[in-house]
Design a protein around this ligand. Structure first.
Ligand SMILES: CCCCCCCC/C=C\CCCCCCCC(=O)N[C@@H](Cc1c[nH]c2ccccc12)C(=O)O
Ligand code: ZN
Ligand code: ZN
Length: 505
Protein backbone atom coordinates (compact mmCIF):
# COMPACT_ATOMS: atom_id res chain seq x y z
CA UNK A 1 0.00 0.00 0.00
CA UNK A 2 1.34 3.43 -0.88
CA UNK A 3 1.17 5.81 2.03
CA UNK A 4 1.82 9.53 1.88
CA UNK A 5 2.01 11.55 5.03
CA UNK A 6 2.47 15.30 4.99
CA UNK A 7 3.46 16.98 8.20
CA UNK A 8 4.43 20.45 9.25
CA UNK A 9 4.88 22.80 12.14
CA UNK A 10 2.59 25.29 10.45
CA UNK A 11 -0.41 24.03 8.48
CA UNK A 12 -1.18 20.63 7.10
CA UNK A 13 -1.87 22.10 3.68
CA UNK A 14 1.59 23.59 3.57
CA UNK A 15 3.19 20.35 4.59
CA UNK A 16 6.94 20.24 4.56
CA UNK A 17 7.60 16.58 4.91
CA UNK A 18 6.52 14.11 2.34
CA UNK A 19 6.98 10.51 3.29
CA UNK A 20 6.35 8.05 0.55
CA UNK A 21 6.60 4.47 1.64
CA UNK A 22 5.46 1.16 0.46
CA UNK A 23 4.19 -0.68 3.47
CA UNK A 24 2.07 -3.75 3.75
CA UNK A 25 0.19 -2.52 6.77
CA UNK A 26 -1.89 -5.64 6.99
CA UNK A 27 1.24 -7.65 7.65
CA UNK A 28 2.68 -5.13 10.12
CA UNK A 29 -0.25 -4.01 12.22
CA UNK A 30 1.79 -3.30 15.32
CA UNK A 31 4.08 -0.67 13.81
CA UNK A 32 3.78 3.07 13.52
CA UNK A 33 5.07 2.66 10.02
CA UNK A 34 3.50 5.95 8.89
CA UNK A 35 6.37 7.90 10.41
CA UNK A 36 9.17 5.59 9.41
CA UNK A 37 11.58 6.64 6.74
CA UNK A 38 14.97 5.35 7.75
CA UNK A 39 16.13 3.18 10.62
CA UNK A 40 16.97 6.22 12.71
CA UNK A 41 13.40 7.54 12.44
CA UNK A 42 11.62 4.67 14.03
CA UNK A 43 12.15 2.72 17.22
CA UNK A 44 10.64 -0.75 16.84
CA UNK A 45 9.14 -2.32 19.92
CA UNK A 46 11.39 -5.35 19.97
CA UNK A 47 11.22 -8.06 22.63
CA UNK A 48 13.88 -6.33 24.72
CA UNK A 49 11.96 -3.03 24.93
CA UNK A 50 8.68 -4.77 25.62
CA UNK A 51 10.24 -6.81 28.42
CA UNK A 52 11.74 -3.68 29.94
CA UNK A 53 8.27 -2.15 30.13
CA UNK A 54 6.85 -5.34 31.60
CA UNK A 55 9.58 -5.39 34.24
CA UNK A 56 8.91 -1.73 35.06
CA UNK A 57 5.27 -2.65 35.68
CA UNK A 58 6.40 -5.31 38.13
CA UNK A 59 7.53 -2.78 40.75
CA UNK A 60 4.81 -2.08 43.29
CA UNK A 61 5.81 1.59 43.49
CA UNK A 62 2.58 2.56 45.22
CA UNK A 63 1.78 5.95 46.80
CA UNK A 64 -1.18 5.78 49.16
CA UNK A 65 -1.06 9.04 51.08
CA UNK A 66 1.49 11.76 51.84
CA UNK A 67 4.26 9.95 53.72
CA UNK A 68 2.66 6.56 53.09
CA UNK A 69 4.21 4.89 50.07
CA UNK A 70 6.22 1.78 49.16
CA UNK A 71 9.54 3.61 49.28
CA UNK A 72 11.51 0.34 48.91
CA UNK A 73 9.77 -0.50 45.66
CA UNK A 74 10.03 3.09 44.39
CA UNK A 75 13.78 3.01 45.11
CA UNK A 76 14.14 -0.39 43.40
CA UNK A 77 12.26 0.90 40.36
CA UNK A 78 14.80 3.77 40.23
CA UNK A 79 17.67 1.23 40.44
CA UNK A 80 16.09 -0.72 37.60
CA UNK A 81 15.88 2.42 35.47
CA UNK A 82 19.53 3.25 36.14
CA UNK A 83 20.65 -0.29 35.27
CA UNK A 84 18.48 -0.61 32.16
CA UNK A 85 19.51 2.48 30.19
CA UNK A 86 23.32 2.43 29.99
CA UNK A 87 23.81 5.28 27.54
CA UNK A 88 21.72 7.64 29.64
CA UNK A 89 23.24 6.65 32.97
CA UNK A 90 26.83 5.75 32.12
CA UNK A 91 28.13 6.03 28.58
CA UNK A 92 26.95 9.36 27.24
CA UNK A 93 29.00 12.47 28.05
CA UNK A 94 25.91 14.53 27.18
CA UNK A 95 23.91 13.40 30.21
CA UNK A 96 24.10 14.38 33.85
CA UNK A 97 21.62 12.84 36.24
CA UNK A 98 20.95 12.65 39.94
CA UNK A 99 18.56 11.27 42.47
CA UNK A 100 16.50 13.96 44.18
CA UNK A 101 15.29 13.36 47.72
CA UNK A 102 16.55 9.80 47.27
CA UNK A 103 13.60 8.63 45.16
CA UNK A 104 12.96 11.11 42.34
CA UNK A 105 15.23 11.48 39.30
CA UNK A 106 16.43 14.53 37.38
CA UNK A 107 18.34 14.44 34.08
CA UNK A 108 19.97 17.04 31.89
CA UNK A 109 20.75 16.18 28.29
CA UNK A 110 23.17 18.69 26.80
CA UNK A 111 22.30 20.00 23.36
CA UNK A 112 24.96 21.40 21.06
CA UNK A 113 23.28 24.78 20.46
CA UNK A 114 23.40 26.82 23.68
CA UNK A 115 21.34 29.61 22.08
CA UNK A 116 18.25 27.38 22.23
CA UNK A 117 16.26 27.44 25.46
CA UNK A 118 15.95 23.96 27.00
CA UNK A 119 12.64 22.22 27.57
CA UNK A 120 11.42 19.84 30.24
CA UNK A 121 9.81 16.41 29.96
CA UNK A 122 8.04 15.13 33.06
CA UNK A 123 6.48 11.90 34.29
CA UNK A 124 6.12 10.09 37.60
CA UNK A 125 7.31 6.73 38.85
CA UNK A 126 4.70 6.09 41.55
CA UNK A 127 1.30 4.51 40.98
CA UNK A 128 -2.00 4.42 42.86
CA UNK A 129 -2.95 1.31 44.85
CA UNK A 130 -4.84 -1.58 43.29
CA UNK A 131 -8.45 -2.29 44.21
CA UNK A 132 -10.93 -4.97 43.06
CA UNK A 133 -8.11 -7.45 42.48
CA UNK A 134 -10.56 -10.25 41.66
CA UNK A 135 -11.90 -8.25 38.70
CA UNK A 136 -8.55 -7.78 36.92
CA UNK A 137 -8.08 -9.87 33.76
CA UNK A 138 -4.36 -10.17 34.58
CA UNK A 139 -2.43 -9.55 37.80
CA UNK A 140 -1.85 -5.78 38.18
CA UNK A 141 1.90 -6.00 38.77
CA UNK A 142 2.59 -8.66 36.16
CA UNK A 143 2.91 -6.69 32.93
CA UNK A 144 1.22 -9.69 31.33
CA UNK A 145 0.31 -9.39 27.64
CA UNK A 146 -3.17 -10.64 26.85
CA UNK A 147 -4.92 -10.28 23.49
CA UNK A 148 -2.47 -7.57 22.41
CA UNK A 149 -2.75 -5.54 25.63
CA UNK A 150 -0.14 -5.05 28.34
CA UNK A 151 -1.87 -5.13 31.72
CA UNK A 152 -0.75 -3.46 34.89
CA UNK A 153 -1.00 -0.57 37.29
CA UNK A 154 0.96 2.21 35.64
CA UNK A 155 0.46 1.18 31.99
CA UNK A 156 -1.39 4.47 31.34
CA UNK A 157 -0.53 6.37 34.55
CA UNK A 158 2.39 6.87 34.26
CA UNK A 159 5.05 4.21 33.62
CA UNK A 160 4.21 4.40 29.90
CA UNK A 161 5.54 7.95 29.81
CA UNK A 162 8.53 7.21 32.08
CA UNK A 163 9.66 4.27 29.95
CA UNK A 164 8.71 5.94 26.64
CA UNK A 165 10.87 9.00 27.43
CA UNK A 166 13.77 6.78 28.53
CA UNK A 167 13.57 4.47 25.50
CA UNK A 168 13.50 7.46 23.12
CA UNK A 169 16.44 9.15 24.83
CA UNK A 170 18.48 5.94 25.06
CA UNK A 171 17.86 5.20 21.38
CA UNK A 172 18.94 8.70 20.40
CA UNK A 173 22.15 8.54 22.45
CA UNK A 174 23.00 5.00 21.37
CA UNK A 175 22.51 6.00 17.73
CA UNK A 176 24.98 8.83 18.29
CA UNK A 177 22.36 11.45 17.54
CA UNK A 178 23.20 14.62 19.42
CA UNK A 179 20.32 16.94 20.22
CA UNK A 180 20.66 20.61 19.34
CA UNK A 181 18.40 21.78 22.15
CA UNK A 182 19.18 20.77 25.72
CA UNK A 183 16.40 19.19 27.72
CA UNK A 184 15.62 18.13 31.25
CA UNK A 185 13.74 15.06 32.37
CA UNK A 186 12.04 14.97 35.76
CA UNK A 187 10.58 11.78 37.24
CA UNK A 188 8.75 12.56 40.47
CA UNK A 189 8.13 9.79 42.97
CA UNK A 190 4.98 11.02 44.74
CA UNK A 191 2.77 12.61 42.10
CA UNK A 192 -0.19 10.54 43.23
CA UNK A 193 -0.02 12.24 46.62
CA UNK A 194 0.55 15.76 45.24
CA UNK A 195 4.29 15.77 44.61
CA UNK A 196 5.52 17.64 47.70
CA UNK A 197 8.58 15.42 48.22
CA UNK A 198 9.25 14.68 44.56
CA UNK A 199 8.49 17.16 41.78
CA UNK A 200 8.50 20.09 44.18
CA UNK A 201 12.06 19.21 45.29
CA UNK A 202 13.14 18.75 41.67
CA UNK A 203 11.80 22.25 40.94
CA UNK A 204 13.76 23.64 43.92
CA UNK A 205 16.93 21.94 42.73
CA UNK A 206 16.53 23.37 39.23
CA UNK A 207 16.12 26.85 40.73
CA UNK A 208 19.26 26.29 42.84
CA UNK A 209 21.11 25.36 39.67
CA UNK A 210 20.16 28.72 38.23
CA UNK A 211 17.55 27.47 35.78
CA UNK A 212 15.03 30.29 35.45
CA UNK A 213 13.09 29.47 32.35
CA UNK A 214 12.44 26.61 29.97
CA UNK A 215 10.96 26.86 26.49
CA UNK A 216 8.09 24.47 27.21
CA UNK A 217 7.07 21.64 29.54
CA UNK A 218 5.31 18.37 28.69
CA UNK A 219 3.85 16.25 31.48
CA UNK A 220 1.25 13.48 31.64
CA UNK A 221 -2.23 14.60 30.77
CA UNK A 222 -5.03 14.37 28.30
CA UNK A 223 -4.85 11.68 25.67
CA UNK A 224 -5.69 10.64 22.12
CA UNK A 225 -9.43 10.01 22.27
CA UNK A 226 -11.34 7.95 19.76
CA UNK A 227 -15.11 7.40 19.90
CA UNK A 228 -15.26 9.24 23.23
CA UNK A 229 -16.57 12.60 22.05
CA UNK A 230 -20.03 11.88 20.64
CA UNK A 231 -20.31 12.41 16.92
CA UNK A 232 -16.59 12.87 16.30
CA UNK A 233 -15.00 10.05 14.36
CA UNK A 234 -11.28 9.30 14.29
CA UNK A 235 -8.58 10.14 16.80
CA UNK A 236 -8.63 13.46 18.64
CA UNK A 237 -5.39 14.32 20.41
CA UNK A 238 -6.43 16.52 23.30
CA UNK A 239 -3.56 18.54 24.74
CA UNK A 240 -4.13 20.00 28.19
CA UNK A 241 -3.19 23.66 27.80
CA UNK A 242 -4.56 24.45 31.23
CA UNK A 243 -5.38 22.39 34.28
CA UNK A 244 -8.36 22.46 36.56
CA UNK A 245 -7.93 23.86 40.04
CA UNK A 246 -8.77 21.79 43.06
CA UNK A 247 -10.50 22.45 46.34
CA UNK A 248 -10.89 19.86 49.08
CA UNK A 249 -13.60 20.67 51.58
CA UNK A 250 -14.31 19.19 54.96
CA UNK A 251 -18.01 19.33 55.80
CA UNK A 252 -18.91 18.67 59.39
CA UNK A 253 -21.97 18.64 61.62
CA UNK A 254 -21.63 18.51 65.40
CA UNK A 255 -24.63 17.79 67.64
CA UNK A 256 -24.92 16.59 71.26
CA UNK A 257 -24.67 12.79 71.57
CA UNK A 258 -27.39 10.78 73.31
CA UNK A 259 -29.24 7.46 73.64
CA UNK A 260 -30.62 5.98 70.45
CA UNK A 261 -33.88 5.13 72.22
CA UNK A 262 -34.72 8.86 72.43
CA UNK A 263 -33.38 10.29 69.17
CA UNK A 264 -33.74 13.93 68.18
CA UNK A 265 -35.74 14.64 65.03
CA UNK A 266 -32.49 15.09 63.06
CA UNK A 267 -29.05 13.58 63.54
CA UNK A 268 -25.62 14.82 62.44
CA UNK A 269 -25.61 11.98 59.87
CA UNK A 270 -28.99 13.00 58.42
CA UNK A 271 -28.09 16.68 58.21
CA UNK A 272 -24.75 15.95 56.55
CA UNK A 273 -26.29 13.40 54.18
CA UNK A 274 -28.81 16.03 53.04
CA UNK A 275 -26.01 18.56 52.49
CA UNK A 276 -24.05 16.09 50.38
CA UNK A 277 -27.14 15.14 48.39
CA UNK A 278 -27.83 18.82 47.67
CA UNK A 279 -24.29 19.17 46.29
CA UNK A 280 -24.75 16.13 44.07
CA UNK A 281 -28.17 17.23 42.86
CA UNK A 282 -27.03 20.77 42.09
CA UNK A 283 -23.89 20.48 39.96
CA UNK A 284 -21.87 23.60 39.32
CA UNK A 285 -23.01 25.43 36.19
CA UNK A 286 -21.70 24.59 32.75
CA UNK A 287 -18.95 27.00 31.73
CA UNK A 288 -19.28 26.10 28.08
CA UNK A 289 -18.62 29.10 25.90
CA UNK A 290 -16.29 30.78 28.37
CA UNK A 291 -12.84 29.30 27.83
CA UNK A 292 -10.50 26.68 26.39
CA UNK A 293 -13.22 24.10 25.86
CA UNK A 294 -14.71 26.44 23.26
CA UNK A 295 -11.36 26.50 21.40
CA UNK A 296 -11.38 22.71 21.71
CA UNK A 297 -14.80 22.25 20.13
CA UNK A 298 -13.99 24.77 17.41
CA UNK A 299 -10.80 22.86 16.57
CA UNK A 300 -12.91 19.74 16.17
CA UNK A 301 -14.93 21.29 13.35
CA UNK A 302 -12.98 19.52 10.57
CA UNK A 303 -14.11 16.19 12.05
CA UNK A 304 -17.76 17.13 12.26
CA UNK A 305 -20.89 16.78 10.19
CA UNK A 306 -22.56 19.87 8.70
CA UNK A 307 -25.16 19.96 11.46
CA UNK A 308 -22.55 19.66 14.19
CA UNK A 309 -20.56 22.46 12.58
CA UNK A 310 -23.59 24.74 12.73
CA UNK A 311 -23.97 23.97 16.45
CA UNK A 312 -20.28 24.38 17.31
CA UNK A 313 -19.97 27.58 15.32
CA UNK A 314 -22.83 29.00 17.41
CA UNK A 315 -22.06 27.78 20.91
CA UNK A 316 -23.64 30.99 22.29
CA UNK A 317 -26.97 29.83 20.82
CA UNK A 318 -26.75 26.10 21.53
CA UNK A 319 -25.03 26.35 24.92
CA UNK A 320 -27.82 24.70 26.90
CA UNK A 321 -28.59 21.65 24.73
CA UNK A 322 -24.88 21.12 24.11
CA UNK A 323 -24.11 21.32 27.83
CA UNK A 324 -26.88 18.81 28.51
CA UNK A 325 -25.43 16.42 25.91
CA UNK A 326 -21.87 16.71 27.27
CA UNK A 327 -23.06 16.31 30.86
CA UNK A 328 -24.28 12.78 30.21
CA UNK A 329 -20.78 11.23 30.30
CA UNK A 330 -18.41 11.79 33.26
CA UNK A 331 -15.45 12.31 30.92
CA UNK A 332 -17.08 15.09 28.85
CA UNK A 333 -18.94 16.53 31.84
CA UNK A 334 -15.53 17.07 33.49
CA UNK A 335 -14.50 19.38 30.65
CA UNK A 336 -17.38 21.84 30.90
CA UNK A 337 -17.82 22.45 34.62
CA UNK A 338 -16.41 22.28 38.12
CA UNK A 339 -17.15 18.74 39.25
CA UNK A 340 -18.04 17.51 42.72
CA UNK A 341 -16.96 14.17 44.19
CA UNK A 342 -17.84 13.20 47.74
CA UNK A 343 -14.93 10.91 48.51
CA UNK A 344 -15.04 10.26 52.27
CA UNK A 345 -17.99 10.07 54.68
CA UNK A 346 -17.43 9.27 58.36
CA UNK A 347 -19.66 9.13 61.37
CA UNK A 348 -20.91 7.01 64.22
CA UNK A 349 -19.35 5.62 67.39
CA UNK A 350 -21.67 2.84 68.49
CA UNK A 351 -24.90 1.30 67.20
CA UNK A 352 -26.98 2.70 70.07
CA UNK A 353 -25.37 6.14 70.38
CA UNK A 354 -26.54 9.30 68.62
CA UNK A 355 -23.35 10.38 66.82
CA UNK A 356 -21.71 13.57 68.08
CA UNK A 357 -20.03 14.29 64.75
CA UNK A 358 -20.44 13.57 61.04
CA UNK A 359 -17.77 14.53 58.53
CA UNK A 360 -17.48 14.35 54.75
CA UNK A 361 -14.69 15.25 52.33
CA UNK A 362 -15.70 16.87 49.08
CA UNK A 363 -13.25 16.98 46.18
CA UNK A 364 -13.96 19.67 43.56
CA UNK A 365 -11.98 20.02 40.35
CA UNK A 366 -12.39 23.65 39.48
CA UNK A 367 -13.08 24.77 35.92
CA UNK A 368 -10.59 27.43 34.72
CA UNK A 369 -13.46 29.90 34.31
CA UNK A 370 -14.22 29.79 38.05
CA UNK A 371 -12.27 30.65 41.20
CA UNK A 372 -11.98 28.67 44.44
CA UNK A 373 -13.97 31.38 46.22
CA UNK A 374 -16.83 31.15 43.73
CA UNK A 375 -16.96 27.39 44.21
CA UNK A 376 -17.09 27.59 48.01
CA UNK A 377 -19.73 30.36 47.88
CA UNK A 378 -21.85 28.27 45.52
CA UNK A 379 -21.62 25.23 47.82
CA UNK A 380 -22.58 27.30 50.85
CA UNK A 381 -25.64 28.63 49.05
CA UNK A 382 -26.65 25.15 47.82
CA UNK A 383 -26.24 23.52 51.24
CA UNK A 384 -28.05 26.47 52.83
CA UNK A 385 -27.74 25.10 56.36
CA UNK A 386 -25.65 26.94 58.99
CA UNK A 387 -25.29 23.72 61.00
CA UNK A 388 -23.00 22.37 58.26
CA UNK A 389 -19.51 23.75 58.80
CA UNK A 390 -17.53 24.13 55.56
CA UNK A 391 -13.72 24.24 55.80
CA UNK A 392 -11.20 24.44 52.98
CA UNK A 393 -8.58 21.75 53.60
CA UNK A 394 -6.52 22.34 50.47
CA UNK A 395 -6.91 24.41 47.36
CA UNK A 396 -5.14 25.35 44.16
CA UNK A 397 -6.51 27.78 41.59
CA UNK A 398 -6.83 26.57 37.96
CA UNK A 399 -3.62 26.93 35.96
CA UNK A 400 -3.00 29.67 33.38
CA UNK A 401 -3.73 28.85 29.75
CA UNK A 402 -0.65 27.99 27.66
CA UNK A 403 -0.29 29.27 24.12
CA UNK A 404 -1.88 26.99 21.56
CA UNK A 405 -1.63 28.99 18.36
CA UNK A 406 0.40 28.72 15.19
CA UNK A 407 3.34 30.61 16.70
CA UNK A 408 3.49 28.72 20.00
CA UNK A 409 6.58 26.60 19.50
CA UNK A 410 5.96 23.99 22.21
CA UNK A 411 2.38 23.42 21.08
CA UNK A 412 3.49 23.08 17.47
CA UNK A 413 6.23 20.60 18.43
CA UNK A 414 3.59 18.53 20.18
CA UNK A 415 1.15 18.88 17.31
CA UNK A 416 3.68 17.83 14.71
CA UNK A 417 4.84 14.87 16.79
CA UNK A 418 1.26 13.69 17.31
CA UNK A 419 0.55 13.91 13.59
CA UNK A 420 3.66 11.88 12.81
CA UNK A 421 2.30 9.03 14.93
CA UNK A 422 -1.41 9.51 14.18
CA UNK A 423 -1.54 11.21 10.76
CA UNK A 424 -5.34 11.23 10.77
CA UNK A 425 -5.60 12.86 14.22
CA UNK A 426 -6.88 16.33 14.89
CA UNK A 427 -4.93 18.04 17.67
CA UNK A 428 -7.05 20.20 19.96
CA UNK A 429 -6.38 22.35 23.03
CA UNK A 430 -8.12 21.00 26.10
CA UNK A 431 -8.56 21.34 29.84
CA UNK A 432 -6.65 18.77 31.88
CA UNK A 433 -9.39 17.37 34.09
CA UNK A 434 -7.12 15.79 36.73
CA UNK A 435 -4.13 17.34 38.46
CA UNK A 436 -0.45 16.83 37.78
CA UNK A 437 2.98 17.71 39.09
CA UNK A 438 3.13 20.72 36.76
CA UNK A 439 2.02 23.22 39.42
CA UNK A 440 5.57 22.99 40.81
CA UNK A 441 6.97 24.23 37.52
CA UNK A 442 4.55 26.99 36.54
CA UNK A 443 7.21 29.62 37.24
CA UNK A 444 9.55 28.08 34.69
CA UNK A 445 7.34 28.51 31.64
CA UNK A 446 3.99 29.78 30.43
CA UNK A 447 4.02 26.97 27.87
CA UNK A 448 2.96 23.99 29.96
CA UNK A 449 1.30 21.09 28.15
CA UNK A 450 -0.31 18.05 29.72
CA UNK A 451 -0.45 15.25 27.19
CA UNK A 452 0.03 11.49 27.25
CA UNK A 453 0.28 9.64 23.91
CA UNK A 454 -2.22 7.05 25.13
CA UNK A 455 -4.82 6.03 22.55
CA UNK A 456 -8.15 5.70 24.35
CA UNK A 457 -11.44 4.25 23.22
CA UNK A 458 -14.83 4.13 24.99
CA UNK A 459 -14.42 2.46 28.36
CA UNK A 460 -10.74 3.35 28.66
CA UNK A 461 -10.93 6.60 30.72
CA UNK A 462 -12.38 4.47 33.55
CA UNK A 463 -9.12 2.51 33.64
CA UNK A 464 -7.28 5.55 35.12
CA UNK A 465 -6.84 4.57 38.78
CA UNK A 466 -9.36 1.81 38.01
CA UNK A 467 -9.66 -1.85 37.17
CA UNK A 468 -7.77 -3.46 34.26
CA UNK A 469 -5.43 -0.56 33.55
CA UNK A 470 -3.83 -1.53 30.25
CA UNK A 471 -2.20 -0.32 27.04
CA UNK A 472 -2.04 -2.08 23.69
CA UNK A 473 1.37 -3.30 22.58
CA UNK A 474 0.97 -1.18 19.46
CA UNK A 475 0.19 1.91 21.55
CA UNK A 476 3.31 1.42 23.67
CA UNK A 477 5.38 1.46 20.50
CA UNK A 478 3.61 4.69 19.56
CA UNK A 479 4.44 6.15 22.98
CA UNK A 480 8.16 5.54 22.48
CA UNK A 481 8.09 6.95 18.97
CA UNK A 482 6.00 9.95 19.99
CA UNK A 483 8.66 11.01 22.50
CA UNK A 484 11.42 10.29 20.02
CA UNK A 485 9.77 12.51 17.41
CA UNK A 486 9.13 15.18 20.02
CA UNK A 487 12.82 15.27 20.98
CA UNK A 488 13.83 15.51 17.31
CA UNK A 489 11.21 18.14 16.46
CA UNK A 490 12.22 20.30 19.42
CA UNK A 491 15.61 20.70 17.75
CA UNK A 492 14.32 23.32 15.40
CA UNK A 493 15.76 26.70 16.17
CA UNK A 494 13.80 29.64 17.41
CA UNK A 495 10.16 30.29 18.07
CA UNK A 496 8.98 31.27 14.64
CA UNK A 497 6.43 28.87 13.18
CA UNK A 498 8.16 29.04 9.81
CA UNK A 499 10.43 26.04 10.21
CA UNK A 500 10.74 22.89 8.25
CA UNK A 501 10.27 19.68 10.14
CA UNK A 502 13.31 17.65 11.10
CA UNK A 503 15.04 16.65 7.86
CA UNK A 504 14.91 12.97 8.73
CA UNK A 505 11.18 12.89 9.32
C1 LIG B 1 -14.50 16.37 25.34
C2 LIG B 1 -13.24 15.83 25.90
C3 LIG B 1 -13.44 14.56 26.62
C4 LIG B 1 -12.41 14.36 27.66
C5 LIG B 1 -12.29 12.95 28.00
C6 LIG B 1 -11.23 12.72 29.05
C7 LIG B 1 -10.65 11.37 28.91
C8 LIG B 1 -9.59 11.06 29.91
C9 LIG B 1 -8.27 11.59 29.54
C10 LIG B 1 -7.42 11.99 30.45
C11 LIG B 1 -7.79 12.00 31.90
C12 LIG B 1 -6.66 12.33 32.72
C13 LIG B 1 -7.02 12.18 34.19
C14 LIG B 1 -5.94 11.49 34.89
C15 LIG B 1 -5.25 12.36 35.88
C16 LIG B 1 -3.85 11.86 36.05
C17 LIG B 1 -3.10 12.57 37.12
C18 LIG B 1 -3.55 12.15 38.51
O1 LIG B 1 -3.97 11.06 38.71
N1 LIG B 1 -3.46 13.08 39.48
C19 LIG B 1 -4.01 12.90 40.81
C20 LIG B 1 -3.05 13.31 41.95
C21 LIG B 1 -2.57 14.72 41.97
C22 LIG B 1 -1.48 15.18 41.30
N2 LIG B 1 -1.28 16.49 41.60
C23 LIG B 1 -2.24 16.91 42.46
C24 LIG B 1 -2.47 18.15 43.04
C25 LIG B 1 -3.54 18.26 43.88
C26 LIG B 1 -4.35 17.17 44.14
C27 LIG B 1 -4.14 15.92 43.57
C28 LIG B 1 -3.07 15.79 42.71
C29 LIG B 1 -5.32 13.62 40.90
O2 LIG B 1 -5.69 14.40 39.99
O3 LIG B 1 -6.01 13.41 41.90
ZN1 ZN C 1 -0.30 10.25 36.74
ZN1 ZN D 1 -2.76 9.10 38.70
Amino acid sequence: MLRMVRLTLTEDVEAVVLIVRTVHLSQRPAQTSQCRQTDSDFIPLNEERLQRFQKALGFESVSRDSGDSNTDEIFKFGEFIIASFPHIHRHSPLVTWERVNNLSLLYHIQGNDPSLKPYLLMAHIDVVPVTNLDQWDAPPFSGEVKDGFIYGRGTIDDKNNVMGILEATEFMLSSNIKPKRSFYISFGHDEETRGNAGASQVANLLRQKGVKEVEFIVDEGMTVLEGIIDGVAGPVASVGVTEKGIVLLNLSVELPPGHSSMPPRETAIGILARAVLRLEENPHPSMLGAGVETDMFESLVPKMSYLQRVVISNIWLFRYPLSWLLSRKPSTNAVIRTVTAVTIFNSGVKFNMIPPLAEAKVNHRVHPSQTIQEVVDYDRAVINDPRVKIEVVYSMEPHPVAGHGESDFGYQVLRTSVRQIWPEAVVVPAIMVGNTDTFNFLNFSTNVYRFSPTHMFPGDPERFHGINERMSVKNYEQVINFFYHLIRNADQAGLSPVHSAHPDL
